[in-house]
Design a protein around this ligand. Structure first.
Ligand SMILES: Cc1cc2nc3c(=O)[nH]c(=O)nc-3n(C[C@H](O)[C@H](O)[C@H](O)COP(=O)(O)OP(=O)(O)OC[C@H]3O[C@@H](n4cnc5c(N)ncnc54)[C@H](O)[C@@H]3O)c2cc1C
Length: 467
């Protein structure tokens, strides 16, 4: 008996999920493979890192999201091989290795943080790409205030109260705004020995202005707004070294300076998933500098019409790495698969071209202040923030997640507090533990997992280990 057309989707991010859902009523058997168990709404990771949302709010289980889709199954595994001749995908999880056959393959594995050849910076300056990253950053930020409270040396205390955001794109700018609100409002008066409002927040970027993807006028508005909140903006300032206690900055003049800071977050640069390199090695496909696969206008791999590369991993017409590009390219791949299965071969091949509709971009800087642009139209301030709120409520996956996020936003924006402040020793030291250099992350000695709205006393020890 002939089997149904087998579609394998690698990655349950925006591109993979939207492609899968669009194939819901198609005569296909879909296998979604991801190395995590969730669909992650990356644009709100910064709110997990700064105590507004819980990790569950932005990362529903992919099995739950697809529970009503009978033609889709979910596999946990990290894909490490794609055999384009045999049409199989092989993944592993712990000691288990799984090989799955496909008739059509959708590769949607996104991108990771790039440290521009300095991966050693990652242990001192985590990025913000995963739930692990967000919880580690949360641990470092809230832990820094705890350590500052204990510190008696003024210089070291200042270093604990200095936060450096490397990269002034939307994520860096949003993080700067949130840490400013935290220190000036949410944590104000919570400590005995420190004045949290004296915290220094540095936003560092080698580019001449912040938010380079936005119009210059919006970028200036945001810079003025952030300065008003107490953020120090240093443009033309390239971070050339990072260690436990400081960052070294190279200024446009060529001069270098070092700033003492215990808490660094890296939001500059992306590197496409390594499956891009794998596909390029096997097919000779071209890659961009950041490792994206140059695809044909219909989002397929050159020479392989049965393989789609979509989302952040795809390079086409210089489209930016945005959720909306990922969603639309995933939907496009699904639409082409459906047309092919329907035997709709009379269409002109140009109809298979992916056409991106720009719906605009938004960045929320602080409560009641966001900026956005679509084409030449621009919004900022309260109106921008209301649009930001509506868009994120619509796009968050799942009714429960929307509801929980809305409640958390009401509490945070009207109550000026942060309820998701739980941090644990393991979160803060995880990166070291993974590197095998920290033998002390023994859970039995970890007084972790406090209730909502609490800080944990594991932090001082954790940060000593991390520092
Ligand atoms: C902090 C942050 C803020 C952002 N803010 C915005 C914003 O405000 N607006 C906007 O439009 N965009 C924003 N973006 C960009 C947007 O999130 C991405 O463009 C989008 O997530 C890309 O979707 P994707 O499906 O291509 O990849 P992803 O969403 O990254 O999904 C890739 C999936 O593949 C899985 N995977 C990777 N490698 C493997 C493997 N080898 N085997 C199995 N699974 C694998 C991953 O676990 C992941 O689930 C932001 C991104 C970040 C990191």
């Amino acid at each position: 008996m002939a089997h149904a057309h087998r579609v394998v989707v690698i990655g349950s991010g925006f591109a993979g999920l939207f492609a899968t859902r669009r194939l819901r009523h198609a005569p296909v058997d879909i296998t979604v493979i991801d190395r995590t168990t969730h669909h992650l709404f990356q644009p709100l990771l910064y709110q997990v890192a700064t105590g507004i949302l819980s990790e569950g709010d932005v990362a529903p289980a992919i099995r739950d999201v697809l529970r009503r889709q009978d033609n889709a199954r979910v596999l946990l595994g990290e894909v490490f091989d794609i055999d384009l001749e045999a049409r199989t995908v092989t993944s592993r999880m712990l000691d288990d290795q799984t090989t799955v056959s496909y008739d059509t393959l959708i590769v949607a594995t996104g991108a990771a943080q790039s440290y521009f050849g300095h991966d050693e910076f990652a242990r001192h300056a985590p990025g913000l790409k995963s739930i692990d990253d967000a919880l580690e950053v949360r641990g470092r930020i809230f832990g820094a205030f705890e350590m500052a409270e204990l510190e008696t040396d003024p210089g070291r205390r200042e270093a604990w109260l200095t936060f450096a955001l490397v990269g002034a794109g939307p994520t860096g700018v949003e993080m700067a705004g949130q840490i400013a609100e935290l220190s000036r409002q949410s944590l104000r008066g919570r400590y005995t020995n420190i004045d949290t409002t004296s915290a220094r927040i540095l936003l560092l970027d080698g580019a001449p202005r912040i938010l380079p993807a936005f119009d210059e006028r919006l970028s200036k508005r945001v810079a003025d707004h952030l300065r008003g909140m107490g953020v120090e903006i240093h443009t033309g300032a390239t971070v050339v070294d990072v260690d436990d206690d400081s960052v070294e900055i190279q200024h446009q003049s060529g001069d270098r300076s070092r700033v003492a800071t215990k808490t660094k977050v890296w939001t500059a640069g992306v590197q496409a998933s390594s499956l891009g390199r794998l596909l390029a090695e096997k097919t000779g496909a071209e890659l961009t500098k950041s490792g994206q696969v140059k695809v044909l206008p219909d989002c397929t791999l050159p020479g392989h019409p049965e393989v789609f590369v979509v989302g952040d991993l795809m390079s086409l017409n210089s489209l930016p790495g945005l959720a909306e590009v990922a969603i639309q390219s995933g939907l496009h791949a699904a639409a082409v698969i459906k047309r092919r299965l329907a035997g709709d071969l009379t269409r002109d091949a140009t109809q298979e071209r992916f056409r991106y509709i720009d719906l605009g971009t938004l960045a929320a800087i602080s409560r009641y202040y966001a900026v956005g642009q679509r084409g030449r139209a621009q919004v900022w301030g309260l109106l921008g923030w209301l649009i930001w709120l509506a868009v994120h409520l619509v796009f968050l996956t799942g009714f429960k997640n929307r509801l929980l996020a809305l409640v958390s936003w009401i509490v945070t924006f009207f109550g000026r507090t942060r309820y998701e402040r739980t941090i644990t020793l393991r979160q803060v030291t995880a990166r070291r533990a993974l590197e095998g250099s920290d033998g002390q992350t023994d859970g039995r000695r970890t007084p972790c997992c406090q209730a909502r709205n609490s800080t944990t006393f594991a932090v001082p020890r954790a940060l000593r280990l991390a520092a």
